[in-house]
Every structure is written in C-alpha cells, then in structure tokens.
Design a protein around this ligand. Structure first.
Ligand SMILES: NC(=O)c1ccc[n+]([C@@H]2O[C@H](COP(=O)([O-])OP(=O)(O)OC[C@H]3O[C@@H](n4cnc5c(N)ncnc54)[C@H](OP(=O)(O)O)[C@@H]3O)[C@@H](O)[C@H]2O)c1
Length: 271
C-alpha cells in the first residue's frame, strides 16, 4: 500500500466518524467522508452524499472514489444509528431499520469494496462495532444484536479474504461523547403505556449520562489511525473508558448468571 492512502469513512459528519476523517486528513491521507446530510460547515476532506442503507447510494460512492483515485485502501464502516426500547416495544419496522444501517450498511460497503480490493491485492476494512457487540445491553437489544451480527460477519470474513491481501478488523468503543445522545431513536411504543417504562427510562438516563461523560471521539480516531498504519491486525480492538473495557473483558471468565446480575444491579433493574 502507498503511504498516502485512499480512505472512506462512513458517517463522517458527527462524533467518531468526524474525528476519524479530520485526523486522517491531517495525516495527509486522501479522505472521503460520507453521510446522508452534509456537515453544517464544509469539512477540509471530501464529503460525499452516502446512505449506507441504500444499495445505489453505496455503489455510486465507491464508483466515484475508484473513478477519481483508481483505488480504495481503507473503509471505516462507522455510520450508525441507535434505537432504544425493550425488545417487546421495538416494532419489526424499527428492528429492520436498526439492522439496515448498522449491520446491512456495513455489509453493503464490504461487498462493494471487496472486488476492487482483491484486484489491487490489498485493503483494510475497519468495522466499528461496540462493547455492546460483546454484551447485550438491556433496552438497546436491537442495537446490541446488530453489533453482535457485525462481530460474527467480520470473524467469518477475515479468513475468506486473507489470501487476497485484505484484512478486516473490529473496533469496539465503550461510551464516547458524540451525537449519540441527541440522535438516539426511542421505539414508538416505549413511551406512556409501556409495561417497561420505569426501567427503560432509568437505563436510558444512565446510558445518556455515561455517553455525555464518555471518552473523546479523538481517542477512537487515534486508534483507527494506528490500525491503518499497522500491518497484521488482531480480530478485535477495544477503545474508550478503561473500566468499561475491563468489565467486558471479564465476561467470558465469570459465571453467566453472576455477570448478568452484576449488569442488572449496575443498571438498577430489579427482578
Ligand atoms: N458514541 C458511543 O458511545 C459509541 C460507542 C460504541 C460504538 N459506537 C458506534 O460508533 C459509530 C458512530 O457513532 P457516533 O456515536 O459517532 O454517532 P453520531 O455522532 O450520531 O454520528 C453518526 C453518523 O452516522 C451518520 N449516519 C447515520 N445513518 C447513516 C446512513 N444511513 N448512511 C450514512 N451515514 C449515516 C450520521 O450522519 P447523517 O445522519 O447525516 O447520515 C453521522 O455522521 C456507530 O456505529 C456507533 O454504533 C458509538
């Protein structure tokens, strides 16, 4: 790969994606950043209209990058939305919308870049998962499910593409102070009349408090930049606040019911 890389960051106008695009641009890479709506002020890197939930939009964006640069070295699959609601309160339409962006969006991008990456015999796909892709968060079940699915997809993809000189890695942030609090979508049935309302409100309030006090998006961006500079990646990397990462790392070593009780206690959920 050339030192100056052609990089696409999805969801680049806010939070983690914005921090990644800014940092990578500052490192002299050729950065394309995609989102559905443009940033309020024009960014220094190349913004492009991109809806990861739309086949044609993804195909157009990749075709444009290949036409302009002749290659695509790195894709940071970062675009994401967060639906909150109990599993029962989340409608099938809401569940599909959650997966359409966070899981199928990343899958769409992977499928669109693999052929050009195979032809150039190199490439790196960074799939932005979450610590919520390692443990199921109450009242964000569909979000967690989408990230668990992304984890499985990435594990399956890696051995398939190794022979072509392409790598895929998972990046799992804990709480990061981004637009996530303002942009969280509450399931329509989670309001008044929901049997889950009291616990739902308590848990979402705690999510919001922790996200607001979370690590800076620049921390994730530095991790992304170091992954792009490195050769031979592990399957997954966590980033963000250390206590959350440490707790998640303990999960496989603790009895499952004990871990679940700790999680319920932490969120103030009673039996
Ligand atoms: N913040 C956290 O605590 C945290 C923790 C773990 C993982 N993550 C993950 O990090 C990623 C970024 O989240 P963030 O916290 O930075 O969120 P954010 O501040 O809300 O930014 C989300 C970005 O994604 C874009 N986006 C949403 N839907 C899109 C679509 N269909 N197509 C293209 N772009 C789309 C948004 O722009 P438009 O709306 O204009 O399209 C925006 O630029 C997500 O995958 C999230 O799950 C976040």
């Amino acid at each position: 790969m050339a030192a100056e890389k052609v990089i696409l960051v999805t969801g680049a106008t806010s939070g983690i994606g914005r921090a990644c695009a800014d940092l990578l641009h500052g490192q002299s890479h050729i950065v394309y950043g995609g989102s559905r709506a443009p940033a309020a002020a024009p960014p220094p890197w190349r913004w492009m209209a991109l809806d990861v939930a739309n086949d044609d939009s993804v195909a157009r964006a990749i075709a444009q990058i290949l036409a302009e640069q002749g290659r695509i070295d790195v894709v940071v699959n970062n675009a994401g939305v967060v639906y909150a609601g109990s599993v029962e309160d989340t409608s099938m339409e809401e569940a599909r919308a959650q997966f359409e962006t966070n899981f199928f969006g990343a899958l769409r991008l992977c499928r669109a870049v693999l052929a050009p990456m195979r032809a150039q015999k190199s490439g790196l796909i960074i799939n932005v998962s979450s610590l919520a892709g390692l443990l199921g968060l109450p009242f964000q079940g569909l979000y967690s499910a989408g990230k668990f699915a992304l984890e499985g997809l990435t594990e399956s993809l890696r051995p398939e593409i190794a022979a072509f000189g392409i790598e895929a890695v998972l990046l799992e942030p804990g709480d990061i102070a981004t637009g996530v609090v303002a942009n969280r979508i509450r399931a329509a049935a989670s309001g008044e009349g929901s049997a889950y309302r009291a616990n739902f409100e308590k848990v979402v309030a705690l999510f919001e408090k922790e996200e607001t006090a979370g690590a800076a998006p620049a921390m994730v961006a530095r991790r992304v930049a170091s992954l792009i500079a490195a050769r031979n990646h592990a399957v997954r990397y966590t980033t963000g606040p250390m206590p959350q990462r440490a707790l998640t790392a303990l999960k496989p070593f603790l009895p499952s019911r004990f871990f679940e009780r700790c999680l319920m206690m932490y969120y103030g959920i009673k039996r």
